[in-house]
Design a protein around this ligand. Structure first.
Ligand SMILES: [Ca+2]
Length: 204
């Protein structure tokens, strides 16, 4: 008897992350589950009702050949590279932070990029964070959000009650941040508030 995936045995010699006392080898526990807190492995009843972790293969190639400069993280589907500049700044300084390292504040045009960036921020935000500036603003024309290259914001992932609708707030709130308290959904806020990190995107 052994553990298998897609019919191929999992080699316990190469990698395992069993929690203490796992697997139990109980005859009722023939599937593997992850513990939410630390992703440790547990054996479990295959009939347990749990969420699923799926593997998706890239829909296009050959971005796997693209490599990022050292210290950057690649989105293998788009080929873009990311880093988080961790000091807290206003939006303008964040924009400059990214230019200084040969990139730009991150642009999110698809749900795939959005999901990738959320995962990246969850991994990177290891100390108390509010979130990270993204490259969108409606400073030039109130209500028309554009990315820093001037292209319109089409895909959006606004947090509830954002962008602001009341006239007094929407005039003041012209820059976009991925907000930790909304699981990195987007908020519009004051561009001048020095409260967010800089999420920089660099093309490999
Ligand atoms: Ca606004």
């Amino acid at each position: 008897m052994g553990w298998s995936s897609n019919g191929s045995p999992i080699s316990l010699a190469t990698y395992s992350k069993w929690s203490n006392g796992q697997p139990t080898f109980s005859r009722n526990e023939n599937c593997l589950k992850l513990r939410r807190s630390n992703m440790d492995w547990f054996s479990a009843n295959c009939g347990s009702k749990l969420s699923a972790v799926c593997k998706r293969y890239p829909t296009h190639s050959p971005t796997s050949r693209v490599t990022c400069k050292e210290g950057l993280t690649i989105n293998p589907e788009s080929g873009s590279c990311y880093t988080l500049v961790k000091n807290y700044t206003d939006w303008y300084t964040a924009k400059k932070n990214c230019l200084d390292i040969g990139g730009k504040l991150a642009t999110i045009r698809t749900s795939q990029e959005s999901e990738f960036i959320k995962d990246f921020l969850i991994t990177e935000m290891t100390t108390f964070p509010n979130g990270a500036w993204l490259g969108a603003s409606d400073e030039a024309t109130e209500g028309s959000f554009v990315w820093t290259d001037g292209s319109p914001v089409t895909f959006t992932d606004w947090r509830k009650n954002h962008p602001a609708t009341s006239p007094s707030y929407r005039q003041k709130f012209n820059c976009v941040a991925a907000n930790r308290y909304g699981n990195y959904t987007w908020i519009d806020t004051k561009c001048s508030v020095s409260a967010y990190r800089s999420l920089c995107q660099i093309e490999a």
